[in-house]
Write a protein that binds this ligand. Sequence first.
Ligand SMILES: [Fe+2]
Length: 317
Amino acid sequence: MNQSRAYFAPRRLGHANLFVGNYERAFEFYNDVVGFNEVYRQPDNMASFVSNGNTYHDLGLTDVRSRYAAPNQAPDIWHLAFEVETEDDLVRGYRQSIDDGLQYSFTADHDAAHSVYLHDPEGNMVEVYADVVRDWWTVRHGIIIKEKPEWVPGVTNVPSKERNYPIDPAIKVVDQAVFHAKKITNVAIVTKDFAAMFRFYRDRVGLKPIVGTEDSPYALLNGTAGHGDFALFRPQPGLKPGMHHVGFQVWDEADLERSLALLPAKGIKVERDVRHAARRCVSIRDPDGLLLQFHVDRDWTPATIATMDVETALYAI
Ligand SMILES: [Fe+2]
């Protein structure tokens, strides 16, 4: 197997899909507290999909009782999804990686996007996808109950070379919500085999390290249009391997202060409040205990980010 070929050149983290204890309760929380609108719902999958216009969903909230969940599935991340430029790029990367022996779990036609799914070296599921329509809201809204059509990359259809991802979309605000999330920006994972995971996301998925190396305590990797999309941390006492947090950009620091003032009345505790030169960042937990990070960038540059110690970085990148 070729050891250094990146198959994809992702633009950014497009969404995360979370297994939640109850998808209707989770939607209420992600609407009332996090500040996302529901774009569409799939009752047959027991899932709600939320966004404010950044893309066709920033988060999937999939019930642990969904047919996609394993028996006794606990709340956790199901997959993280990276957006690539075009379907043609997706299919070429997929085919090259298959030729090199990479194995995929499945492929999917989501109407708005075509996707391939594989596992990283520690079993976290990664989706790589390309939007296949520009007006995604025409195919993803309201209640959707339908079987997904089969999609065989490069066979079912001639892969499109169009760039269909949203460019500068208008972002809505859920005014009455505690936080005013603009969009998902990042996911952080704690990993046992840091070097192997670093190399997988750099050399196979195609993210670019902007802070850290395979030997450092933590690393931050970017897509080509990204914002610090993906962080890796070594395990430490109290941290189990797997997702550590999912992060969202909010409007500005005054808006973040407004959010903080509303938390006590909701009975929500701040788990960590980081004020670093690179970023202001507040973390809370959702009803299932998943850690959510809300941030406003300050001097968000690799040189300033790299001044964070690992404990700060754990709650700020
Ligand atoms: Fe997905």
